[in-house]
Ligand binder design. Structure first.
Ligand SMILES: Nc1ncnc2c1ncn2[C@@H]1O[C@H](COP(=O)(O)OP(=O)(O)OP(=O)(O)O)[C@@H](O)[C@H]1O
Ligand SMILES: [Mg+2]
Length: 249
């Protein structure tokens, strides 16, 4: 089958119930092991210049960004790093559902605050996973794309970078939300999540171009929803590839 066959598969499941934390529920499973491989590979990409701020994005909605970002954050924390996971997908936030915490305040509280030097430590919440802290989206304002591109957002990232070993950001899809491109260009790296059988090849290509134009540091992609022989399945499967090959046309 084609890797990039179109399959309409938009799901609101994670928005309602949160992402599945297979790395917490079944840490010894093959899938959890694949998330550890993704973490290791990202680490390798940062030998010269450590990757401290990292976003997961995708071409379109519902391709597995939140599931991948959250599970990679868990395995990074399991490895003893102090990890902060930020929900910056302000249109389809999920992090508060995944960790079952309140979302009355969060990222948007900081981005819309009139206080110049806000104390953000009380907005960051601890999780049951040791070393893993989260900053949920907060209430969703109408101008969410502008907020992600704000100076405040950049200042926030620069400031949390000092207190954590790794900052992982769940951002909106690159083709659907214009602010994503600029946001990820300020980070140490960005990883594209590709949903097998759903992501369209043209969409993936355009996403890679947009990241290039923004001078973002694209570290590679995660193939989501693939089994070992590359076929599309209902279960989980993750592979990791380095970059996008032009010969793949
Ligand atoms: N490998 C997989 N196998 C089966 N289902 C998956 C897999 N990855 C993600 N899903 C399911 O697909 C849906 C979308 O996943 P997820 O919410 O992680 O994607 P997303 O890119 O963050 O979506 P959004 O654009 O809404 O933020 C969810 O219902 C999730 O449980
Ligand atoms: Mg999501």
């Amino acid at each position: 089958m084609s890797l990039f066959r179109k399959k309409s598969n938009v799901s609101d499941e994670t928005i309602r119930y949160g992402a599945k934390l297979v790395t917490v529920m079944e840490p010894k499973s093959a899938i959890a092991e694949q998330f550890r491989t993704i973490r290791t590979n990202i680490g390798f990409m940062g030998i010269d210049h450590p990757i401290k701020t990292l976003a997961f994005t995708s071409a379109n909605v519902s391709e597995g960004k939140s599931t991948v970002a959250d599970n990679v954050a868990v395995v990074w924390a399991n490895a003893g790093k102090r990890v902060l996971l930020i929900d910056a997908d302000l249109r389809r936030p999920t992090l508060h559902r995944t960790f079952n915490v309140a979302n009355r305040e969060g990222l948007t509280t900081i981005l819309t605050s009139s206080v110049p030097e806000m104390n953000i430590t009380n907005l960051i919440q601890r999780t049951e996973v040791e070393n893993l802290s989260i900053l949920t989206s907060g209430p969703i304002p109408p101008n969410s794309a502008e907020l992600l591109n704000s100076r405040r957002m950049q200042d926030l990232i620069a400031s949390v970078k000092e207190s954590y070993d790794v900052v992982i950001i769940d951002v909106p899809p690159i083709l659907a939300v214009s602010g994503t491109q600029a946001l990820v260009s300020h980070l140490d790296g960005v990883v594209l999540v590709v949903r097998m059988g759903q992501t369209e090849k043209a969409g993936l290509k355009r996403s890679v171009e947009l990241l290039k134009l923004a001078q973002a540091n694209t570290l590679g992609y995660v193939m989501n929803d693939a089994d070992a022989d590359g076929d599309s399945v209902y279960g989980y499967g993750y592979g990791y590839g380095y970059g996008y090959s032009e010969e793949d046309e």
